[in-house]
Design a protein around this ligand. Structure first.
Ligand code: SAM
Length: 291
């Protein structure tokens, strides 16, 4: 099977539209679990942050404090969980964007079910050109697990658009999986996981999987993203984690996985950031002073 060019913005966007429209169409058949999570928003975030190192990068720092009364712009809002959680946690209004009508329908359905419909605005289309209101009009700009879906060609436009929409006193949060060690990354691809064959031991099957995978080939290191954001924001803080918790998949037990994940996440907090910058697999950036 021939693989689309994973550095070409048009090919990557088309593949993302294809993959995510199917996922979100299926997810709309069962809103229940997400509705439940949003109805218990404070407990959900507290539990996610205690049990998942990625969630710490998404919701940590001063984001939660800044949400009260805030106007939020979210790019790549996906199934709408984060947008609705932010509304439940005190945001005044959330404008969220996506690339397929299926995501839009799911996000609107969720907002209506939760009674947030009038404070949730959903825009479908091209984030770079869609009208999103006046420049510098949002208190918070959120890109959760989206930048790693954007090609290198487009990444400066992407960061510039985040900065363009953020108030001078506002905060942008960019959170993604990170690739900080080539060796650990090679090991990751060598170990098969459900749905993904081993690159080392099943190369043909892996190539087929890779052709269907929507992620672009790009630099997802913390250093690279930090440099990118610094070109568009006057101040950027970073949190990297996962040097230890990244091994959670090795705990192959329904009973012990949850407690082990919580313990590994706590252990990660004790590891210095300079080590996490080399070994961590999730990063969250807080960017201020849009240029
Ligand atoms: C891993 S999901 C994250 C969804 C959500 N933010 C979350 O954290 O659950 C990545 C999302 O990025 C969206 N996406 C991919 N390419 C995009 C683009 N060029 N512009 C905006 N969103 C994009 C996809 O549709 C998908 O919903």
């Amino acid at each position: 099977m021939s693989s689309p060019d994973k550095t070409d913005p048009t090919a990557v966007l088309a593949q993302n539209q294809d993959v995510w429209s199917t996922i979100y169409e299926q997810r709309r058949q069962n809103l229940g679990p997400t509705v439940e999570r949003v109805r218990n928003a404070e407990a959900t975030i507290a539990s996610d942050m205690a049990n998942s190192h990625g969630a710490r990068c998404a919701w940590g720092g001063e984001l939660l404090e800044r949400l009260k009364g805030a106007t939020v712009l979210e790019v790549g809002g996906g199934g709408g969980e984060a947008a609705n959680l932010m509304l439940a946690l005190g945001a005044e209004r959330v404008v969220t964007t996506e690339i397929t009508p299926e995501a839009g329908e799911l996000m609107r359905a969720l907002g209506d079910e939760l009674g947030f419909g009038d404070r949730l605005e959903v825009h479908i289309g091209d984030f770079f050109t869609m009208p999103l209101g006046s420049p510098h009009s949002y208190d918070i700009v959120m890109a959760k697990q989206v930048l790693h879906h954007i090609t290198t060609v487009d990444e400066d436009r992407f960061a510039a658009r985040l900065a363009e929409m953020l108030k001078p006193s506002g905060m942008a949060r960019v959170m993604d999986p990170a690739v900080n060690s080539k060796t650990l990354d090679a090991l990751r691809w060598a170990v098969p996981v459900p749905g993904r064959p081993s690159k080392l031991f099943q190369p043909a099957k892996f190539a087929e999987w890779k052709a269907n995978d929507e992620h672009p080939e790009r630099d997802n290191s913390t250093r690279h993203v930090l440099e990118l954001l610094r070109r568009h924001f006057g101040r950027v803080d970073v949190m990297v984690t996962g040097a230890v918790a990244r091994y959670h998949r090795l705990i192959n037990s329904d009973r012990w996985h949850g407690p082990a994940m919580a313990a590994l996440t706590r252990l990660d907090e004790r590891i210095p950031q300079r080590v996490q910058m080399k070994l961590g697999d999730n990063h969250g950036f807080s960017a201020y002073e849009p240029r």
